[in-house]
Design a protein around this ligand. Structure first.
Ligand SMILES: [Fe+2]
Length: 412
């Protein structure tokens, strides 16, 4: 079967993309079936913008980090001599070796996947046969190849992906000519403007392998229905706090055609709210916020990979990559204004901040694992959505649009 034909008739998915009054969940196979995953990869992840990290991770020319996209595509994000960021294939054009993989590893690691790396280089030299590439991916050295008739190294380069920066995040796309990301996030520009996310610095990103479908995690992150229940012991979302009730449960701006943003702004029960047992922000407010802004939180999804929770003192970002039908990879970090990152007790506060948010993950992660298990059950439901499941119907609408586009592109 073609990867651009959905193994489930699209007509069966339509009932997930309706308003929450009548919508039911996506078919469980959308979370478990390898055939559906291959289709979804072609329809969504091969066509859309994928977040790989923050521009501030590579501030100077030659700074780079690697990431494996979709569990199978090793790429390098690198700042070139002109200060522009390239995202390009890390696969050597000679023998397909990953050029940033180590030349040598101890025996217990021989058969482990090549590790990700980061650092500063002048060029990338493949350790296998020393083919060498510059920061734009051009082949600048290939030992002994001048002995091959007609070999012209200037014709060879690492494939570069379409790349765009948005709010300080680096996005890339496998599509040859994807619609620019910035205009497709325009409905959220005003909401995000006071925070100046692009000027913020990130903590060292951490990666986690998640044993569940990427949608299980995205849906959990944006789901207010569970916040008010599963997390009831951690955080008082009720009363005057409308962030949980209205932000995530029905007052998202409607999904505009071509948009890739879902989410919105909500007002919290008091100023400078924090996600820790004190319920108060641990860091000073972001200096550019007005007094009024400090009552707000913004929760935003830049489909299909980036999840953002923006509070009055900091932001939490999570880039979720699918690896297979039932596995994902999450890279996450926290954003702070430079002035906050310079605080004397920053490291201590950050530890407390992470612990506070960690309490939520202590609940979310086991629930996600158990939901993935349930999705594989012969008794798995297509359950009715609650009015507070608003995000799931919006995500299904967005996905269905992509599934349809992939199928119609596949028509002979
Ligand atoms: Fe949660």
């Amino acid at each position: 079967m073609s990867a651009t034909r959905c193994p489930i008739p699209l007509s069966e998915l339509e009932s997930a993309a309706r308003s929450t009054d009548t919508a039911i969940g996506l078919p469980p196979a959308c979370y478990t079936d390898p055939g559906f995953w291959r289709f979804e990869q072609a329809a969504v992840f091969d066509t859309e913008w994928l977040c790989v990290g923050r521009a501030s991770q590579i501030p100077e020319p030659g700074d780079y980090f690697t990431v494996t996209l979709l569990g199978a595509e090793p790429v390098i994000a690198v700042r070139n001599r002109d200060g522009r960021i390239n995202v390009m294939s890390a696969v050597c054009r000679h023998r397909a070796m990953c050029i940033t993989a180590p030349a040598e590893r101890p025996e217990p690691e021989w058969f482990a996947p090549p590790p990700e790396s980061s650092g500063t280089v002048r060029v990338f030299r493949c350790p296998y046969h020393w083919w060498t590439y510059d920061l734009d991916g051009r082949l600048v050295g290939a030992p002994e190849m001048s002995g091959r008739p007609g070999f012209d190294r200037t014709e060879i380069a690492l494939p570069r992906l379409a790349t765009e920066e948005w709010q300080g995040f680096i996005f890339c796309s496998f599509a040859a000519d994807p619609a620019p990301l910035g205009p497709r996030m325009a409905p959220f520009d005003e909401m995000l403007a006071p925070y100046r996310l692009d000027e913020m610095t990130t903590t060292e990103p951490e990666t986690l392998s998640l044993p569940f479908n990427w949608k299980v995690f995205a849906e959990n992150f944006m789901d207010a229905y569970h916040s008010l229940r599963l997390h009831a012991s951690l955080y008082d979302f009720t009363g005057a706090d409308t962030a949980g009730e209205t932000l995530l449960a029905g007052t998202f701006p409607a999904l505009e055609p071509g948009s890739i943003g879902m989410g919105g702004r909500g007002r919290t029960g008091f100023k400078d709210r924090g996600m820790n047992p004190t319920q108060a922000a641990l860091f000073p407010p972001i200096p550019t916020l007005t007094d009024e802004d400090r009552w707000n939180v913004v929760y935003l999804y830049v489909a299909p990979t980036l999840l953002l929770g923006v509070h009055s003192d900091s932001a939490h970002w999570l880039a979720v990559q699918p690896v297979s039908a039932a596995e994902s990879l999450m890279t996450s970090g926290f954003l702070f204004p430079e002035s906050t990152a310079k605080l004397k007790l920053f490291d201590q506060l950050l530890e407390q901040h992470k612990r506070g948010i960690g309490l939520f993950y202590d609940q979310d992660m086991p629930v996600a694992v158990a939901s993935q298990r349930g999705m594989g059950s012969r008794f798995a439901p297509r359950g009715p959505l609650s009015p507070q499941d608003f995000f799931r119907s919006q995500l299904a609408e967005w996905l269905l649009e992509h599934y349809r586009a992939a199928e119609s592109a596949d028509q002979p």
